[in-house]
Every structure is written in structure tokens, then in C-alpha cells.
Design a binder for this molecule. Structure first.
Ligand SMILES: NC(=O)c1ccc[n+]([C@@H]2O[C@H](COP(=O)([O-])OP(=O)(O)OC[C@H]3O[C@@H](n4cnc5c(N)ncnc54)[C@H](O)[C@@H]3O)[C@@H](O)[C@H]2O)c1
Length: 431
């Protein structure tokens, strides 16, 4: 057992949270926030919410969720690590104090925290762990009868995508909603441009481009020391930089843009070929740049590129769709060509709108199910990474149905799990 886990083991109460730590955070943050008045006096029925993965995005998602509709209460928190849970709780107490209804008995840490969260009386669970755990916890939440918000990407390998699709079918049978963190789908600007593309306003689609070229993300996520930590703890904490935890940045980040392309083209690619490598990155085992060409039905080719390299002038985060009668710069809300258009309407915060849409679906009993669509966009990205890592052109059908790639560690525990070498095209095996 590693140092961190041991210390948790000696200080946890039965719920898995240090009572002293919890009270300290609660008192300090309540004092900092002041006791706010009732913000949701006009609220309708209460929506009780729990979360699995109380990190940076999970905490921001909870705040967005509270802001999206009246009557949201945060009643259960779960995380692998006590320090991350307490950090999140402190921020929630500061940002949305009136919505925080957790007690020490509904804060859970450790490997069994997800199961404990879904067993509480929540209506809805946010799945905001690193991507490698998404399929497993989606299954747990849907089996327990909970509506789900799950962050993107949907996972890291084809096996997990098959699981997400099967679980999404179960959710449909159970009339449960699943909304994914591909928030562009909830943007009024994106919706209007995509509607016009589907309406034929740029003619027949002949090509598209998708980009996420940015910096190394070290100012955004922390790189944790290995010292005194088991391989699994260290890699789960530093998850963005390992392939088994994040899927690589093509999957973790560029999935947003690939999702928009699938949305515009109303389907997924049939095949791809990709390349990539590490020009400057020295930590973890992921690449720092990729270029992938996807081929969709009717020979439509999509050029996709992404990088995480500082000090370049190639920065671009965008989606562009080319038709026989015009070109749509989807991210800019602009169409040029025979029917020019510029979106100038309101575009409320998509991070809030996605929760407004989810909660409305729960309250009106009209489920939204984005499980399959986010699994497919994630599969675009996984397939591109597999092609780049191995140097092999790939077909969607093979990757989706026959690939045996399974990146999970031998055991979900504080075990040794040496870092896989960086993939080498032409040498790394295609599984
Ligand atoms: N939609 C967006 O724009 C957007 C933005 C940023 C991140 N994200 C996504 O959100 C997810 C989380 O990213 P983040 O930035 O919050 O990372 P983070 O490292 O800040 O948070 C991850 C949290 O999950 C916890 N965790 C790890 N393994 C766990 C497990 N097995 N069980 C329970 N908890 C576990 C960690 O301790 C941590 O608190 C990722 O999938 C990321 O791609 C989405």
C-alpha cells in the first residue's frame, strides 16, 4: 500500500472521508462565502445530484449544473482521493453554498466510491473522472437507475466504446437520460450552422477540416511526482499524459472537433490513416502531435490535426465544412457562398445549457440519450490514435467490432503498472 492510501485508511470514517478534514473545509468555506439567501425560492421539484470524480472540470460542471435550473441540490460526492474531494467541496461551498447538501456520510473516497454514490438517493450522477473509467461508471449509474451527465471523451479503447453503446441502449430501455460533455451540441450558434448545413445551404458536402492545435496543458493540469506513490495512483493523478488513462490528447481534447464533424456529416468515418509523434514532450507516454485523414461515405475526406506544443504559431481550434455551394466555419458561426450567413443571435454558455437541457429532459420525462453519438466521436479519435501509433490504415468496422485493444490495468487497486513505452509506428502492434 502506498503512503497516501495508508494515511487515508487510518483517518477515514466509515463513509471514507476524514470527518476532521470535512468539517475544516465546511467551516472555512461557509465563513468565506457568508450564508447566502435562498437563490432558488421559485424552484420546482428538487433534483438531487451526485458526482464521481471531483476534479477541476467535475467541480465546474457541478457549479454549471446548479446555475442551469432551480432546485438542484448536490447531495453526494465521490473521488478516488480525499484531497481532491475536499478541494472540490471547498470550492462548491464558496461558489454555490446554498446547493451543497452533502454530509460526511455522503462523501466517499476510494475505489468503491462510485458504487456508493450511485446507491444514494440521487436522481442524476455526473461522471467526471479521467476517461478510462467512464464505461465502468456509466454502467453502474444506469444499472442503478440514475440519469447521467458524462464528460467527454467516452473512454480510451474500442472495448470501452462497445460497452458505452450497450449501456446507452440499456438507458434507452430504462428511459434514462445521458448527456455528454461535448458541449458544442448545446450551443445555439453551432445548432443553427449545423441546421443550415443539413438543410443543404452549402450544397453537397465534399470535405471538412477539424483542428485542436494548442499548448502543452501543463498550466492547466498538474504533473504529480511519482515518489512514494504506486504506479496506478501516480498515473491516475497525472492521467492526461498516459494513454491508458486519457486516450492521448487526440482522444481527450480533439474529440470535441471530431464530434462536430460527425454531427455535420450525420455519421462516422469508414476508414482513416494517421500519423503523429513526440517532438518536444518528455513526460508520460502520449504523443504531442497528430494528423489524421478520415474518409466518410461517398468519398468525403476530413483532415484532422491536433498538437500540444508551446511557442508555435499554428494554434487553431476550429471546425470547417466544405460544400459544393459554400463553406461553413462552424466554430465562427459563419457561412460563405451562395447563401451567406452569420450567426448573431444569443449563444448562452454551453456548459450551463447542457445541464439545462438535461434537467429539462428529466423534469418532462423526455429522455435525451447522447451515449452512442459520443461513443462514435470518441471512436473516431481512438481509431486515429491507433492508426498513428501503429502506422496502419484502419477501417471503422474492424476497429469498432473486432479490435481487441484493452488498455485497462490488471487490477483497479494501488498496484504496480509500469508505463508502456511510447508507441512507434511500424513497430507498435495493432490489436
Ligand atoms: N467538456 C470540457 O470542455 C472539458 C474540459 C476539461 C476536462 N474535461 C473532461 O473532464 C474529465 C475530468 O477532467 P478534469 O480536468 O476534471 O481532471 P482532474 O484531474 O482535475 O479531475 C479528475 C478527478 O477524478 C478523480 N478520479 C480519478 N480516478 C477516479 C476514480 N477511479 N474514481 C473516482 N474519482 C477518480 C481524480 O482524483 C480527480 O479529482 C476528463 O474526461 C476531461 O477530458 C472536459
Amino acid at each position: 500500500m502506498d503512503r497516501n492510501h495508508q494515511s487515508q485508511g487510518t483517518t477515514m470514517n466509515q463513509s471514507g472521508v476524514s470527518r476532521r478534514g470535512f468539517l475544516k473545509v465546511s467551516a472555512a468555506s461557509l465563513a468565506a462565502a457568508g450564508v447566502a439567501g435562498r437563490m432558488y425560492a421559485a424552484g420546482s421539484d428538487t433534483i438531487r445530484v451526485g458526482i464521481i470524480g471531483c476534479g477541476g472540470q467535475g467541480t465546474r460542471d457541478l457549479v454549471s449544473c446548479v446555475k442551469s435550473a432551480p432546485g438542484v441540490q448536490i447531495v453526494a460526492l465521490g473521488d478516488l482521493f480525499e484531497d481532491r474531494l475536499n478541494e472540490s467541496l471547498a470550492k462548491l461551498r464558496k461558489d454555490v453554498p446554498e446547493a451543497v447538501k452533502v454530509t460526511p456520510n455522503t462523501c466517499f473516497v476510494g475505489w468503491d466510491a462510485p458504487q456508493k454514490v450511485v446507491q444514494t438517493d440521487v436522481h442524476m450522477v455526473l461522471l467526471t473522472t479521467p476517461p478510462c473509467f467512464r464505461a465502468m461508471y456509466l454502467r453502474a449509474a444506469i444499472e442503478a437507475g440514475k440519469h447521467v451527465f458524462m464528460e467527454k471523451p467516452a473512454g480510451v479503447d474500442p472495448k470501452q466504446m462497445r460497452s458505452i453503446i450497450a449501456t446507452s441502449e440499456l438507458a434507452a430501455q430504462k428511459k434514462l437520460s445521458i448527456v455528454a460533455g461535448t458541449q458544442r451540441r448545446h450551443s445555439k450558434k453551432y445548432q443553427e450552422i449545423i441546421r443550415r448545413i443539413h438543410d443543404g445551404q452549402i450544397g453537397e458536402i465534399v470535405a471538412a477540416q477539424a483542428y485542436w492545435n494548442g499548448g502543452d496543458m501543463l498550466g492547466y493540469w498538474k504533473w504529480w511526482d511519482k515518489e512514494n506513490r504506486s504506479d496506478v495512483e501516480w498515473q491516475c493523478r497525472s492521467w492526461p499524459w498516459f494513454t491508458w488513462t486519457s486516450g492521448d490528447h487526440l482522444v481527450e481534447q480533439h474529440v470535441h472537433n471530431l464530434d462536430v464533424i460527425n454531427w455535420a456529416l450525420q455519421g462516422h468515418p469508414e476508414q482513416c490513416l494517421g500519423m503523429g509523434g513526440r517532438a518536444v514532450r518528455t513526460l508520460g507516454n502520449i504523443y504531442d502531435h497528430f494528423a489524421v485523414e478520415y474518409e466518410y461515405p461517398k468519398g468525403v475526406r476530413v483532415a484532422s490535426m491536433c498538437q500540444q506544443i508551446n511557442n508555435t504559431t499554428t494554434s487553431r481550434i476550429a471546425e470547417r465544412v466544405v460544400g459544393t455551394k459554400g463553406v461553413a466555419d462552424v466554430d465562427r458561426g459563419v457561412i460563405a457562398g451562395e447563401k451567406p450567413f452569420k450567426y448573431e443571435g444569443p449563444d448562452p454558455d454551453h456548459y450551463v445549457q447542457e445541464f439545462a437541457d438535461l434537467i429539462a429532459s428529466i423534469r418532462t420525462a423526455t429522455p435525451i440519450n447522447e451515449g452512442k453519438q459520443v461513443a462514435e466521436s470518441t471512436m473516431n479519435a481512438i481509431m486515429g490514435r491507433m492508426s498513428a501509433y501503429t502506422g496502419r490504415a484502419l477501417k471503422w468496422d474492424w476497429a469498432m467490432t473486432a479490435s481487441k485493444l484493452d488498455l485497462t490495468p490488471p487490477k483497479y487497486d494501488w498496484v504496480e503498472f509500469p508505463v508502456e513505452p511510447v508507441a512507434v509506428p511500424g513497430k507498435t502492434q495493432l490489436l
